[in-house]
Design a protein around this ligand. Structure first.
Ligand code: HEC
Length: 104
């Protein structure tokens, strides 16, 4: 059997929070390929287009406060500040990995 890489990655708290709280809307890879994200282009975090700002502070603010103008929910009362930090890092990692220029 051996170690499955996905399980090793789950030790990363950001990846764990992403899977539990974000991937249903944004997809496991953050590319918004979910039924929910259809017709919501900004649910794709990997296309290099940002509505709320791509810098860490903006992304963190959006994840904490949500966007009342869309179905992006606020997480400040559902995650600890450390979990929000971790999942923001993870989201930015997915965004960077998904950019076409970064693909091999
Ligand atoms: C109920 C579905 C849903 C869940 C769950 C959800 N999101 Fe979102 N998210 C959205 C939608 C819809 C948008 C697009 C908002 C818009 O168009 O203004 C969005 C936008 C975003 C953006 C900004 C994209 C941009 O273009 O600026 C980030 C970053 C983000 N989400 C991160 C997360 C993270 C991290 C989580 C988990 C902690 C999460 N989302 C959970 C629906 C969701």
């Amino acid at each position: 059997m051996g170690v499955i890489p996905a399980c090793t990655r789950e030790a990363d708290p950001g990846a764990r929070v992403w899977r539990k709280k974000c991937s249903s809307c944004h997809g496991a890879a953050g590319d918004g390929r979910t039924r929910f994200a259809k017709g919501r282009p900004f649910a794709d975090l990997t296309d290099g287009r940002w509505k709320h700002g791509s810098d860490r502070a903006s992304v963190r603010r959006l994840v904490a406060d949500g966007d009342p103008g869309s179905s992006m929910p606020p997480f400040a009362d559902r995650l600890t500040p450390a979990q929000i930090d971790a999942v923001v890092d993870h989201a930015l990692k997915l965004a960077a990995a998904g950019k076409p220029a970064a693909r091999p």
